[in-house]
Design a protein around this ligand. Structure first.
Ligand code: SAM
Length: 232
């Protein structure tokens, strides 16, 4: 993968970016996503934010190499602090991290989202944390995707401002994804149910502390919920 050829995962994130958006890509690392979006005439300008110096330097190098220094501002900053009011950012992408970290970045920087109307988030795990954050903070899902690349399954969530209520099943598995029931979706949740079964077996065979019993109860509930959706 490079700025000329995106991974399928980042191409899926890119597919949710509206043409003409002003983008902030947070945790941009190499800045491949903003470079690709500009070089393919989807957007005109972007901010690439990175909190770690190594990836920040790598983003700066790539942006310079691609001759995009006047279109992409690379900032060394924690989370949404990379966004300045004068940037006019209306779309934020955060990809390649855990869902809990993505939700905590959004929570910590909520004040920087004043002009933002679309969030495109690609958690490697725990997408539920993002759906929960969105529902509690006035963001509703407008689309979701799931794909498999290099034997890993990835989810992409797109949200806009608004309110929506989700069932426990939808929070965990995604309302759009549940509806579409693609191959990667079925594979992901069959795998999750099998993993929960293994943990339940281990818990059942060990001495039962109150914490272990509670964990057993919660996991059994989650497994039943997943199996209900899979057999629907
Ligand atoms: N977004 C790219 C992608 O999807 O290919 C890079 C993903 S990389 C695994 C995650 C990047 O997020 C790392 O470069 C890390 O330094 C950065 N990161 C983690 N926490 C961050 C934060 N609070 N603010 C900005 N960047 C962060």
């Amino acid at each position: 993968m490079n700025a000329k050829r995106l991974s399928e995962r980042l191409a899926c994130v890119a597919s949710f970016v509206k043409p003409g958006s002003v983008l902030a890509d947070i945790g941009s690392d190499h800045a491949y996503l903003p470079c690709w979006l500009i070089q393919n005439s989807r957007i005109d300008k972007a901010v690439a934010g990175e909190v770690v110096r190594g990836p920040y330097e790598s983003a700066k190098r790539n942006v310079a190499k691609e001759g995009l220094g006047d279109r992409i501002t690379v900032r060394l900053a924690d989370g949404l602090q990379a966004i300045m009011p004068e940037d006019g950012v209306d779309t934020v992408t955060i990809a390649g991290m855990g869902g809990t970290l993505i939700a905590s970045i959004l929570e910590a920087g909520a004040g920087r989202l004043a002009d933002v109307n679309r969030l495109i988030l690609q958690p490697n795990v725990h997408a539920k944390a993002i759906r929960e954050w969105g529902a509690a903070n006035g963001w509703r899902l407008i689309g979701e995707a799931i794909l498999k690349e290099d034997r890993k399954l990835y989810e992409v969530l797109a949200m806009e401002r608004g309110h929506a209520a989700y069932s426990p099943e939808e929070m965990l598995m995604g309302p759009f994804l549940m509806n579409e029931r693609t191959e990667p979706f079925l594979e992901k949740w069959q795998g999750e149910a099998a993993e929960i079964s293994r943990v339940l077996d281990r818990l059942s065979s060990s001495a039962q502390s109150p914490e272990a019993s509670e964990k057993h109860r919660q996991l059994s509930e989650t497994k039943e919920l997943i199996e209900r959706v899979l057999t629907d």
